[in-house]
Design a protein around this ligand. Structure first.
Ligand code: FCB
Length: 408
């Protein structure tokens, strides 16, 4: 069975990781303070080279593209919106449309304006209000130009990395801060969901907007299947990280679709300290039955997990988009295998009646991988970070062949 003719094929990026010079953001400040060993600097200079990059995406046979708007550019000072930044993203969206690429626009992809973080970030009780004000501005500015909106990228990953692992910008840490940030994300999403729909209805005409989140699904398997504490920790971890947030939003009918960012699974055993021990610990040991190779970040390649994930999320009766799936490697042949195997999982899920509507590879370009810098190479396009020259990798051509075969 082929993929449906209206299936969306694309790749994904996020503003801070590719644009460069994101000087008003909390991440920029974090880097300048030396809190991470790398600086994003010019990144891929995508801010100035997006036309060239979208040419490549189009040449790869894609018909959609996921990117994020940088809140810190739009609202560099509290309450002051930049016309120039709005014009920039208007041009980005127009550039995509000219090339037949359907824009999937993310409003929050890990970075915040510096002023927002200084006010207390996502823990601050007015965080949802600030986000809503920004989202309202975006809904107005891009009315009739964007159909697919992702409010928040991977809220659980953000909360974990910032408030529990303490690797990403945040000035508070601990479980209370983490929970409060999470509640605020939920509130912020729901507010943005409502207003994106209201603004669109006022505008009238066109196809109705679709609003979702991009949820990281990182599967857990117990280290020792036969040992109850490992099984319990793995189960709780899986529930808390993967489906709790989706359960809450779907119960409130605040999702039109679910975006799934799927990469790998973790083996988990009982352990940890205090409350967090409930969610176990990720096992550092290689498990004999896991597949090699692992990615440059040490992530297991587990395509079956994507199939399982899609089937599992079928219960929500919502359209599903794979909004990220990718592999960091210096060996492009491995990437090719990775893509082929994961698309086989998507196809199997479709055959099993799962409403999968699109697939976005992470990422179009090699980019700034947060606290890991530019070393992990995820791109369909290789970027030389000295000259900023782009070179399409063979895996991009392979993906193009698959897309062209699938759409006949
Ligand atoms: C996801 C993030 C994305 C990128 C990939 C590798 O968790 O959404 O920005 O870092 O992982």
């Amino acid at each position: 069975m082929p993929f449906p003719p209206d299936f969306l094929w694309g790749s994904a990026t996020s503003a801070h990781q590719v644009e460069g010079n994101n000087t008003s953001s909390d991440w920029w400040a974090w880097e300048q303070e030396g809190r991470v060993p790398f600086k994003s600097g010019l990144a891929c200079d995508h801010f100035n080279r997006y036309d060239e990059d979208f040419d490549l995406a189009r040449d790869f046979g894609q018909n959609a593209h996921r990117f994020s708007i940088e809140w810190a550019r739009i609202e560099p000072q509290e309450g002051c919106f930049s016309d120039e930044a709005i014009r920039h993203y208007t041009q980005v969206i127009a550039s995509l449309r000219r090339r037949g690429l359907e824009p999937f626009v993310t409003l929050h992809h890990f970075t915040n304006p510096k002023w927002f973080q200084e006010r207390g970030g996502w823990v601050h009780r007015r965080a949802p209000f600030f986000f809503k004000r920004y989202a309202a501005q975006m809904a107005q500015s891009f009315k009739g130009q964007v159909r697919f909106w992702i409010t928040i990228n991977e809220p659980l990953v953000y909360v974990y990395q910032s408030y529990l692992a303490r690797i990403w910008p945040a000035d508070q840490v601990g479980i209370r801060a983490a929970l409060s940030a999470l509640f605020h994300f939920e509130e912020a999403h729901r507010a943005a969901f409502d207003l994106l729909h209201q603004v669109q209805m006022k505008g009238g005409g066109g196809e109705s907007v679709q609003v979702g989140v991009a949820q990281a699904i990182r599967l857990s398997s117990p280290c020792k299947e036969s040992w109850l504490p490992d099984r319990a920790a793995s189960y709780l971890r899986d529930y808390a990280f993967n489906t709790l947030f989706l359960d809450r939003l779907t119960r409130r009918r605040a999702l039109d679709f679910i975006g799934i960012n799927y990469y790998t699974r973790d083996f988990v055993h009982w352990g940890g300290k205090g409350l967090l021990s409930l969610f176990g610990e990720v096992c550092p040991n290689a498990h004999a039955h896991t597949r090699t190779p692992r990615s440059a970040l040490g992530w297991e390649v587990y395509p079956e997990g994507l199939y399982k994930t899609l089937l599992r999320l079928k219960k929500y009766h919502l359209p599903l988009y794979v909004t990220e799936n990718g592999f960091a490697t210096d060996d492009d042949a491995e990437r090719e295998e990775f893509i082929k195997d994961h698309l086989t999982s998507v196809r199997r899920a479709l055959e099993a009646g799962t409403p999968v509507k699109g697939y976005f590879y992470w990422s179009l370009l090699d980019n700034f991988e947060w606290a890991e810098g530019t070393r992990p190479r995820f791109g369909l396009v290789e970027v030389d970070f000295q000259s900023l020259r782009r070179a399409a990798r063979p895996s991009a051509r392979r993906l193009r062949e698959i897309i062209l075969t699938e759409i006949g």
